[in-house]
Design a protein around this ligand. Structure first.
Ligand SMILES: [Zn+2]
Length: 255
């Protein structure tokens, strides 16, 4: 018996009812669920069959393109009376009640709210039944999940079970600078004073090149701090603030 636990709880409940109801009607052969939930990886492996791998094609759906990937579909087969063989005969009336056994299952499935893959014009898929709650594949891929009228608790239907649909990668977003620091553009050196010198002193201090008092006067300590900064981050190491020092300091400040 296939594990139905990863199906949507409502679909699981209806699938279990289908097995009971269908098998009440079928008296010789029985009906069995062969597939329920499939992960994207399992779906991709199935898609490869008959394409890049041996075998005949069984699906047109890649991972994320099948209702099985969202826990909303089941596949069925009939089992011979001895219980040994699976058959996919949709025409035979094995129990001689005037209706093909397969179509009896279809009838029961539709009563429970399933849509049948055998009704599809494009890809006729007789073993397949699904229940989408009115959602399209695109909506499911976008993360919507169906809500069925009689749903009790759906918390058990863990979102982790369903793989994330990989969408086109977004263009990288430029990280916004946390704070934009401004530093003067000119050349400053020992002996200079003013608010530009203060800005440079504050920047050096912020970058942990301590210079004592931030006093807007460029003295020996500021030159030393500037030189230490340059020896780590830029050239020349001359203790004079200029274009290179400014660029290197801004780069460190905006990290
Ligand atoms: Zn299917």
């Amino acid at each position: 018996m296939v594990n139905l636990n990863n199906l949507h709880p409502h679909v699981k409940k209806q699938a279990e009812k289908l097995e009971v109801n269908a098998n009440k009607r079928l008296t010789k052969y029985s009906m069995k669920i062969t597939h329920g939930f499939r992960s994207f990886a399992e779906q991709n492996a199935l898609y490869a069959q008959g394409r890049t791998k041996k075998g005949s094609k069984v699906t047109n759906a890649k991972g994320g393109q099948s209702m099985h990937n969202f826990g909303l579909a089941i596949d069925i087969c009939l089992i011979t009376p001895d219980g040994k063989k699976a058959v996919w005969d949709t025409k035979s009336d094995f129990d001689k009640d005037g209706k093909a056994d397969w179509m009896e299952v279809v009838e029961e499935a539709k009563k429970l709210g399933f849509a049948w893959g055998g009704d599809w014009k494009g890809f006729y898929d007789a073993p397949h039944f699904e229940m989408t709650g009115g959602l399209t594949l695109a909506q499911l891929q976008a993360g919507k999940r169906p809500v069925f009228k009689d749903v009790e608790v759906e918390s058990g239907f863990s979102k982790q079970v369903i793989d994330k649909v990989t969408t086109k990668p977004k263009p990288p977003v430029k990280p916004a600078p946390v704070k934009s620091y401004s530093l003067p553009t000119g050349v400053y050196r020992e002996g200079d004073k003013g608010k530009e010198v203060k800005q440079i002193q504050e920047a050096l201090d912020k970058l942990n090149f301590k210079l004592g008092k931030i006093d807007s006067h460029w003295g020996q300590h500021t030159t030393d701090a500037m030189r230490r900064f340059q020896s780590v981050y830029c050239n020349p190491v001359d203790g004079i603030y200029g274009k290179n020092s400014r660029a290197a300091m801004l780069k460190q400040l905006n990290k």
